[in-house]
Design a binder for this molecule. Structure first.
Ligand code: GDP
Length: 584
């Protein structure tokens, strides 16, 4: 066991004892703050500053007997340099306790290896909350001369690097890499469902199907390599059986990836643009939805000039609603509004879904046609590019190519850049441009990702038929049509439901687990999937020699191993763990 630890740590160059504050350090906040020690000298270090109230515990400390694991001890942390006889041994029985410099009253919780988070000896010191007590205890623990009076810190206690406790848990085999990352996601979760997804991953939901798929790839690889080595001695390859096995593994990986997409939506959220002609009620809708006054609502046409954001939760997903400026054509649109209009077009182009708002009291008009031109005709690989001419048409909306950077001016580019910031690292395919990419195409259900919200239904008779408000040929282009009222709140729940259905569409594994995957894992899974797809094609095709099969198979196995950490480089570990905060 000892040997195993040393080996695991050798690549990181130490078997140090590390220490960090595990709780947020905020002045004047929290009842308790926790310091965590981990490593071979954790108990020794704690005993160098902690004087338990129990006489028996002090005796055990003096004698170097192991503390009883998972049992809290009450006592005080004292500055060892204040021990009157100069011994610095805070647990000596002849020490006059009143003369000691007490730093805090604490509870100390030893968790002896391997029954701890890191699988090493861990000691938690529960101090009083706020920032002063913990900082003082921490500075005692990191004294250069704490464990060696000569001040030699080598092998002593040092501050932990970000994520180092979890890294050690991983290196010591307590967690696989997906679980280690799940710890990070769990702490970072913004919604209950994101937390549920992380918890499921922490419990192995992501790792086990991936480990299984990798094992099958490795088995197959062994079989193929044996065949290459001893060609004559084995029966001929059953390429049908191999193709079937590859297809089965490929399907499993695809399923994992589909769930990963959902996990990513949980992580990064979904962006929804609300568009429509001026005064349709976009801002009112956003306000009603987010129950706030973030958007300025006003009856004068064209006053919602910028893109306004609100965050809501929809089907458990964090959704950012973008209220866009009214899109309208013709003279009278002043310059400021034109900028807003360009932004709104950009917002719609980058969004995961679009809600078109129409005023039921006016019905569908030419202005509505203008407001959503290009949005409804969006297809796979197409973006929407806005341009503002000086002349008659202030705003043109047309379907453009996938190269979104091709249109617009500075304003447009800024809006786009801002959107990308809003949307974070969206795009499992590595592309952050929501207007193209296969990933979006799947979710967009062939391009129909717009919902029509027929607003102000409180102001019309309840029995007015939909096609009396919006022509069938228009409403038929939407993925859903919902009657709402921003004033009464009617229909908002249905709107949320439809939106949830659309943004998740096609990417949810209905009966599968709810665990989530992060960007790194999703990229590795996609790499594995790509390799398996290529492999399947060449096995079925049968024209390439077996050597070629092993190339793709090895790539798939390695990519899957990178997900769980079975096959992972130090570079990747560095990237994974530096995202953590200190003390985790
Ligand atoms: P926007 O330009 O599309 O953002 O529209 P606003 O949200 O500013 O609304 C324009 C006008 O329509 C305001 O006077 C709102 O009070 C009114 N309005 C918005 N939603 C509703 C609704 O559901 N019912 C009624 N009766 N009026 C609404």
């Amino acid at each position: 066991d000892d040997e195993h630890d040393d080996e695991a740590f050798s690549s990181y160059g130490d078997g140090d004892t590390i220490v960090a504050i595990a709780t947020p350090v905020v002045p004047n906040a929290g009842g308790v703050a926790i310091i965590r020690l981990s490593g071979p000298r954790a108990v020794e270090a704690a005993r160098a500053v902690f004087r338990p109230a129990s006489r028996a515990a002090r005796a055990a400390a003096r004698e170097g007997a192991p503390p009883s694991s998972h049992t809290a001890l009450y006592g005080v942390v004292v500055d060892p340099t204040s021990v009157p006889n100069g011994s610095r041994r805070v647990n000596d029985e002849d020490v006059d306790a009143d003369a000691l410099d007490v730093v805090d009253e604490v509870l100390v919780l030893p968790m002896l290896r391997p029954r701890s988070y890191t699988a090493e000896d861990v000691v938690e010191i529960h101090c009083h909350g706020g920032s002063v007590c913990v900082q003082r205890v921490l500075s005692l623990l990191t004294r250069r001369d704490l464990l060696d009076p000569s001040g030699d810190t080598a092998g002593g206690v040092r501050l932990a690097r970000p994520g180092e406790f979890t890294l050690r848990a991983f290196l010591n085999g307590r967690l696989d890499l997906t679980q280690a990352e799940a710890v990070h996601s769990l702490v970072a979760a913004r919604t209950e469902r994101a937390a549920d997804g992380a918890l499921a991953a922490l419990r192995g939901g992501l790792a086990s199907p991936v480990r299984d798929a990798r094992a099958r790839c490795v088995d197959l690889l062994a079989e193929l390599e044996a065949r290459l080595d001893f060609e004559d001695e084995l029966t001929p390859l059953d390429s049908d059986a191999i193709a079937a096995e590859v297809a089965a593994v490929r399907a499993d990986v695809a399923k994992v990836l589909a769930t990963a997409r959902r996990g990513k939506l949980l992580d990064t959220g979904v962006t929804v643009a609300i568009v429509g002609k001026p005064n349709a009620g976009k801002s009112s809708l956003l306000n009603a939805w987010s129950r706030s006054e973030r958007a300025i609502v006003t009856p004068i046409a064209g006053t919602t000039r910028d893109v306004v954001e609100a965050r809501v939760e929809c089907a458990g997903l964090p959704v950012t609603l973008l209220d866009t400026a009214g899109i309208r054509r013709g003279a009278g649109v002043d310059e400021v509004e034109a900028i807003g209009v360009k932004r709104s077009v950009a917002a719609a182009a980058g969004a995961d879904a679009v809600i078109v708002v129409v005023d039921a009291t006016e019905g569908w008009t030419a202005a509505d046609d203008d407001a959503c031109a290009g949005i409804l005709n969006r297809k796979r690989g197409e973006g929407i590019v806005g341009e503002a001419d000086e002349g008659e048409s202030a705003v043109g909306v047309r379907a453009g190519g996938g190269d979104a950077a091709g249109g617009g001016g500075d304003e447009w580019a800024n809006a786009k850049a801002r959107l990308h910031k809003v949307r974070g690292t969206r795009g499992l395919d590595g592309s952050s441009n929501g207007a193209d990419g296969d990933d979006d195409a799947t979710r967009r259900d062939g391009g129909a990702t717009a919902i029509l919200a027929v607003n102000k239904t409180d102001a019309i008779a309840a029995d007015v038929a939909l096609d009396a408000i919006v022509p069938v040929e228009v409403s038929g282009k939407f993925a859903a049509v919902v009657r709402v009222s921003a004033v009464t709140g009617a229909g908002l729940e249905e709107l949320e439901r439809e939106l949830g259905r659309i943004v998740e569409g096609g990417s949810v594994d209905a009966e599968g687990g709810a665990w989530s995957a992060n960007q790194r894992q999703a990229e590795a899974l996609e790499q594995a999937l790509g390799a398996l797809e290529r492999l399947e094609a060449i096995v079925v095709d049968g024209n390439l020699p077996v050597d070629f099969w092993t190339i793709d198979l090895r790539e798939a196995a390695m990519a899957l191993g990178a997900v769980t950490g079975e096959d992972v480089s130090e570079d990747v570990l560095d990237v994974v763990f530096t995202k953590f905060c200190i003390g985790k």
